[in-house]
Ligand binder design. Structure first.
Ligand SMILES: [Zn+2]
Length: 480
């Protein structure tokens, strides 16, 4: 069986890249239509909002849209009103009929930066910048599923302590798997992969991770090619040891047989799709019955052609241009110069997109819980932006818009213990959209504002701290 492009590269891109640091940006970018707190009250970043008036409230759980007014308190929704309050008082924001949606969550990220498909430097802007890009894209929480543990856990703790602006980072740290022929090290304790040749090694890796309080344990169970060979016994040992320590396990799957092995081992979630065989009906039933969620990560599996070549449609999206650099766009234009791996992905994805879509639709129709994840950090994916693509690709595969919205907001939030929503008591984290995603799913990108736990995010400031302009040529993001 041949190796799918996602089998190895999806979690190891940074191992082969040239180190480029420090994507900064020169200046802020005006954001037409961005909201301001209208009456007395703080105007700077993080302004507390007490009332949100005249919102078209979208509820992905109830699948309803209704006009209403929300009162916020302590980072949550205190009350929901059909009638406009007579005297809302200070810290009131009038949305003038804009669409209010629970904020986005991305459950599969490698947050080091964006790869270039050309030989040469990547846009390795760093984990802290990704936290900012995510929030600017309306993603309030994301799960990093494979990064250097020291780096990622330290940043996670800083973000949670409010020391680094951006979306809330959840992290697995390293990946547990078995790469055939890979020698132990380099990287030592900070390596991205924990080579796992025996069950005892698997248990030891989990125990060593416990002190870092990972938000989940990621295991690589992928037999799409000869490069990887985690044994069933090692898989079982990892899941068992993680559960003993109260940690959940997410399984990167290759084939459907890998998926079945993960389910039988007791894994708490699966990620990726396999398209070269149809997903067995029995597996669909088990996933649905046990409510084991699957994170499809369509952007990493089908989206590279959408951004490749001189006239690639993907780069027309204003949000993508806001979140990346012109230089990165240039690299995607030059398909003839792509590195071999990117050329292979381009061919493979072009030929396999329909197959992936078919599997995704089968899983949805079978009642499997689907949660959104982008697998950014890989070719054809972009930090913050590709979560929007995951939702669009779900809809393209045939899922109802409401199902895609739920997968990328409330349901994904629940997986991280975040009660996102539009009901009383729900966390007051929202995106405000200038157009309805029910009309076109791409309208999730038409972000006017982001609100996190009842505070209006200063998106302009977030974007000013990132690679909005062509910072590469301004040598703010260059090879060291
Ligand atoms: Zn991944």
């Amino acid at each position: 069986m041949r190796s799918a492009p996602h089998s190895l590269g999806r979690f190891l891109p940074a191992l082969t890249t040239v180190v480029v640091l420090g994507c900064g940006a020169p200046s802020g970018v005006p954001l037409p239509g961005a909201l301001r707190v209208q009456t007395a009250g703080p105007k700077a970043a993080g302004s507390a909002v007490r009332w949100l008036l005249n919102a078209r409230i979208l509820d992905p759980e109830a699948r309803t849209e209704r006009l209403g007014h929300l009162q916020l308190q302590g980072g949550h929704i205190a009350s929901v009103h059909r009638e406009r309050p007579a005297n809302p008082g200070p810290n009131t924001v009038d949305l003038h009929g804009a669409w209010l949606l629970p904020a986005f969550v991305d459950l599969h990220v490698h947050s080091w930066g964006n790869p270039s498909p050309l030989p040469g430097p990547d846009h390795r802007c760093g984990h802290a910048e990704t936290a900012r890009l995510m929030l600017a894209a309306g993603v309030v929480a994301y799960l990093d599923l494979g990064s250097k543990p020291r780096t990622i856990f330290a940043l996670r703790d800083q973000v949670r302590a409010g020391l680094v602006p951006g979306a809330t980072l959840y992290a697995a740290g390293p990946v547990l798997g078995h790469i055939v022929g890979m020698k132990p090290g380099p990287g030592g304790p900070d390596a991205r992969l924990r080579q796992t040749r025996t069950p005892a090694e698997g248990r030891a890796h989990v125990r060593a991770l416990v002190a870092s309080r990972p938000d989940i344990v990621k295991v690589l169970m992928d037999h799409t090619g000869p490069e990887q060979d985690l044994s069933l016994a090692s898989l079982n040992a990892i899941v068992d040891e993680a559960h003993r320590h109260g940690l959940r396990v997410i399984c990167h799957i290759g084939t459907w047989q890998d998926a079945r092995a993960c389910v039988m081992a007791g894994a708490d979630a699966l990620t990726h799709l396999w398209d070269e065989d149809d997903v067995p009906a029995e597996l669909v039933q088990i996933l649905a019955k046990r409510r084991i969620p699957l994170i499809p990560t369509q952007p990493v599996q089908v989206d590279l052609p959408h951004f490749s070549g001189p006239n690639a449609p993907g780069w027309r999206d204003p949000l993508l241009r806001q979140l990346t650099t012109r230089h990165l766009q240039e690299t995607y234009r030059q398909t003839a110069r792509f590195v071999q791996k990117a050329k292979f992905w381009l061919r493979y994805q072009g030929a396999h997109a329909k197959g992936y879509e078919r599997q995704l639709l089968t899983l949805h129709k079978g009642g499997v819980v689907l949660l959104a994840g982008s697998d950014t950090g890989n070719f054809g994916t972009f930090q913050g932006y590709s979560l929007h693509r995951e939702l669009a690709l779900m809809v393209r595969a045939g899922l109802p818009v409401w199902a895609a919205l739920k997968a990328g907001t409330t349901a994904a939030g629940r997986f991280l213990g975040r009660k996102l929503g539009v009901k009383v008591g729900d966390e007051a984290s929202f995106v405000v959209l200038a157009a309805s995603p029910l009309v076109a799913i791409s309208h999730t990108q038409r972000i006017r504002s982001v609100i996190v736990r009842g505070r209006l995010v200063d998106r302009a400031a977030l974007l000013a701290g990132t690679s909005v302009a062509d910072t590469f040529r301004a040598s703010r993001c260059r090879r060291r």
